[in-house]
Unconditional design. Structure first.
Length: 185
C-alpha cells in the first residue's frame, strides 16, 4: 500500500496556493533553491569605498594634530563656497559651526527662504566633501551685507581756511567778505 494515500495523511506535493508544511525543505527538489538577494553594504561597512575628499577629511580629523591645525569649523567654513557654488557664495557667508549646525549669514529674507528649501541638498554636498557627521544641519540668519573698506582713488584736497579763498576773482572775493561780515554782525 505504499502508493495509496490515507485520508488523514497530509499532501506534501507542491501547491502554489498552500504554504509548504516543511519550510526547511524546498517544494520542488529538482529546482535549485532561490538565491538570496545580495546584501547591500552599510555606509560604515569596509566594502564601501569613500571618495578621495571624504577619505582625506576623515584622515585629517583622526590625526589629533596640535592646535595650530584647522578645526572642524574652519574646514566647514572653507568648504562652503564649493558646496553652494560661486553665485550663492557671493551672497552668503558661513559664519560658525555650533555642534553639527553650520550658521550661515544671508543678505535678506528672500535668500533665507530659498536656501532653507535647498538645505538638504547643501548638507549632502557638504557631507560629500567633509565626510558624514561634521555638518548635519544648516541655520540661515539674515545679516545685512557688510561694506568692505575701500581706498580713496585720490587724496582729498586740503580744506580751505575760509570759504572766500575758493573765489578766484579778487573783486568778487572782497564783495563776498564784506557782505558776510555785515550779515554776521
Amino acid at each position: 500500500m505504499p502508493n495509496k494515500k490515507l485520508p488523514n495523511e497530509p499532501n506534501f506535493a507542491a501547491n502554489p496556493n498552500k504554504p509548504n508544511p516543511l519550510p526547511h525543505q524546498p517544494t520542488n527538489p529538482i529546482s535549485p533553491p532561490a538565491k538570496p538577494e545580495p546584501r547591500r553594504p552599510a555606509h560604515n561597512d569596509k566594502m564601501v569605498r569613500p571618495t578621495n575628499m571624504e577619505r582625506a577629511s576623515k584622515l585629517i580629523r583622526g590625526l589629533r594634530l596640535p592646535g595650530g591645525t584647522l578645526s572642524g569649523e574652519e574646514l566647514a567654513c572653507a568648504v562652503w563656497p564649493q558646496a553652494v557654488g560661486k553665485k550663492v557664495a557671493a551672497r552668503t557667508r558661513a559664519a560658525r559651526l555650533v555642534r553639527t549646525r553650520l550658521v550661515v549669514e544671508v543678505e535678506d529674507v528672500t535668500w533665507q527662504r530659498q536656501l532653507n528649501s535647498l538645505s538638504r541638498r547643501i548638507v549632502w554636498n557638504l557631507e560629500q566633501t567633509l565626510g558624514k557627521g561634521l555638518v548635519e544641519d544648516l541655520e540661515f540668519r539674515v545679516v545685512p551685507r557688510r561694506r568692505e573698506p575701500q581706498r580713496a582713488a585720490e587724496a582729498m584736497p586740503a580744506l580751505f581756511a575760509d570759504d572766500s579763498d575758493a573765489i578766484a576773482d579778487p573783486v568778487l572775493r572782497s564783495i563776498y567778505r564784506a557782505s558776510r561780515k555785515k550779515a554776521l554782525a
